[in-house]
Design a protein around this ligand. Structure first.
Ligand SMILES: Nc1nc2c(c(=O)[nH]1)N=C([C@H](O)[C@H](O)COP(=O)(O)OP(=O)(O)OP(=O)(O)O)CN2
Ligand SMILES: [Zn+2]
Length: 134
């Protein structure tokens, strides 16, 4: 099963492990000092057995509430300034997808069915994450 939510955030691609010159060289326009924004599309895919009593893999209403608690940390925020995780992680879509996956996994009542998170920062740029492959 899947659920899709959207959020808008500002960010700047900048690594504190690079010099200012190196940041411009690596990130180009995305390193502009005052940053830029995206309307992100966040897709969560769950996979698991159907409960014989409820007929559900997972209670969708519960998932929506759990996703909304994570959305509250990023929607209409500056990822680099408002979300502590990005103090030492560059706010690439890869890292935002990992942040969303790990944050959702931590609040789900049954995280074992969390299969994959996909994040689109534009219609052309989509990144997916399935959690740490152990
Ligand atoms: N590996 C990654 N590369 C880049 C990322 C990223 O998250 N991971 N992100 C960016 C910037 O966020 C940039 O803002 C991406 O937006 P943009 O280039 O405008 O998006 P499009 O590719 O859709 O724009 P077009 O110019 O229409 O192709 C850059 N790199
Ligand atoms: Zn960007």
């Amino acid at each position: 099963m899947e659920r899709v939510e959207e959020f808008s955030s500002a960010h700047r691609l900048h690594s504190n492990q690079l010099t200012d010159e190196q940041n411009v060289e690596v990130f180009g326009k995305c390193n502009n000092f005052h940053g830029h924004g995206h309307n992100y599309v966040w897709k969560v895919k769950l996979r698991g057995p159907i409960d014989p009593i409820t007929g559900m893999v997972y209670d969708l209403a519960k998932l929506v509430n759990e996703m909304k608690t994570i959305l509250a940390t990023v929607d209409h925020k500056n990822l680099d300034k408002d979300v502590p995780y990005f103090e030492n992680h560059t706010s690439t879509c890869e890292n935002v997808a990992i942040y969303l996956y790990n944050s959702l996994q931590a609040v789900m009542s049954n995280p074992s069915v969390l299969y994959k998170v996909s994040l689109a920062e534009s219609p052309k740029n989509i990144f997916s994450y399935k959690g740490q492959q152990v």
